[in-house]
Write a protein that binds this ligand. Structure first.
Ligand SMILES: *Cc1c(COP(=O)(O)O)cnc(C)c1O
Length: 401
């Protein structure tokens, strides 16, 4: 049997390579940070400025977090060899849940191994076939999969299209419960969902609201509490899912946070919570520290905002087409798929590490390089990035004339 499958896979892998869709992993030779050492496929080792991590607050290699992780490991051990409800709940798990609820302005929180698991468990546990889920067309893969696992009717509305959402809410008027699910920030464009209108529509049509705030928790909103704070709708969002794998230290872990009975029910029924191992003690300890830092990180958030604006302004002045906005995700729109790949390669040769995204990750003809800023970048690093883009952009004819 395997011979046939093997031949088939080999064929399909070759096709991926031919289409330029085969993903190559660059192997880092040290910790994550604004500057990295990487080993290229040809064996060459390079130093490069890193503009493609979700390390928004620059905490991924923060000494305080490493210390907190070591301390938690010394105090609470390495692993728990259990799920939460058997013998995998330590006092620090409960404390982190309380601290997350306080940070996000919610009533209760459950921890999961990832936000992927949070989205994988939340829909199926709460909604049956008699209910309906309204989901943005560009929601994260984990929401798509979570919705697939759930028997509720699925209505996909056009990306950020509030008129289409309203129409879908009307179509779902016969459902027992309605739930609107959206990313707070969409990862390919850095655009922010209009939670104000979403909450208004939810009220008008009697629906629940779930926001996946993975690209927002810790740095969007006046106090970094995420997109609900940005829109001043914290008390109108029923559920938040988010990750600890981006701004909050970048290791792993995630949570579902929200109204008390919803979370209480998820603790009983969410399958990734019941059947997957508890979050490791070191990650719990370090995430508590990350949350303490994020609660008091106006300086880091200001630095991130300054870096973002510095980069956006300089890139526009240089003649690049970028998506407007304020988010540290800055898509440099190139259109042509080959140009995007060529440009990312040329930038790496200039010591700038960025990634090109093309179809099917983004729509055909909208290939781009996604740049992500971090509070850990210095002005000089941002300027070096712009200079390299300008040099390479000129050489490849990617600038507006
Ligand atoms: C990154 C991301 C996830 C996955 O988070 P993990 O904790 O790494 O599983 C889920 N949703 C969104 C919107 C994300 O950006």
């Amino acid at each position: 049997m395997y011979d046939r499958l093997k031949a088939d896979l080999q064929q399909r892998l070759t096709e991926l390579e031919e289409q330029g869709l085969y993903k190559i992993e660059r192997v880092l030779q040290g910790a994550q940070g604004p500057e990295i050492t990487a080993k290229l496929p040809d064996g060459k080792t390079i130093r490069a400025l890193n503009f493609c991590a979700n390390n928004y607050l620059g905490l991924a290699n923060q000494p305080e977090l490493i210390q907190a992780a070591c301390k938690a490991m010394n105090e609470w051990g390495y692993g728990l060899s259990s799920v939460r409800f058997i013998c995998g709940t330590q006092e620090q798990h409960r404390l982190l849940e309380e601290e997350l609820s306080a940070f996000l302005g919610t009533e209760d929180t459950i921890l999961l191994s990832s936000c992927f698991d949070a989205n994988g468990g939340v829909f199926e546990a709460l909604l049956d076939a008699d209910s309906a889920i309204l989901t943005d067309a560009l929601n994260h893969a984990s929401i798509i999969d979570g919705v697939r696992l759930c028997k509720a009717r699925r209505l996909i509305y056009k990306h950020l299209d509030m008129a289409d959402l309203e129409q879908k809410l009307q179509e779902a008027s016969d459902a027992k419960y309605r739930l609107i699910a959206t990313d707070g920030v969409f990862s390919m464009d850095g655009d922010i969902a209009d939670l104000k209108t979403i909450c208004d529509l939810a009220e008008k049509y009697d629906a629940l609201v779930l926001v996946d705030d993975s690209h927002a928790t810790g740095f969007i909103g006046p106090n970094g509490r995420g997109t609900p704070e940005h829109w001043d709708v914290q008390d109108r969002v029923d559920l938040i899912t988010t990750t600890f794998g981006k701004a909050l230290g970048g290791a792993s872990g995630g949570c579902v946070s929200g109204r008390k009975e919803l979370i209480q029910w998820l603790r009983q029924k969410a399958r990734p919570y019941l059947f997957s191992n508890t979050l490791a003690p070191a990650i719990v300890g370090a995430t508590r520290e990350a949350l303490r830092i994020a609660s008091n990180a106006q300086d880091l958030r200001n630095q991130l905002a300054r870096n973002t604006m510095r980069f956006r302004k300089a890139m526009e002045a240089a003649g690049f087409t970028i998506r407007h906005g304020h988010h540290p995700i800055v898509p440099i729109m190139l259109g042509d798929e080959k140009l995007a790949v060529q440009m990312a390669q040329a930038l790496l040769d200039e010591g700038i590490y960025v990634i090109a995204f093309s179809y099917p990750v983004v729509p055909k003809g909208l290939a781009r390089i996604r740049v992500q800023l971090s509070a850990a970048h210095t002005d000089e690093m941002v300027d070096r990035c712009v200079a390299a883009f300008t040099k390479v952009g000129k050489a490849l004819g990617a600038l507006k004339s």
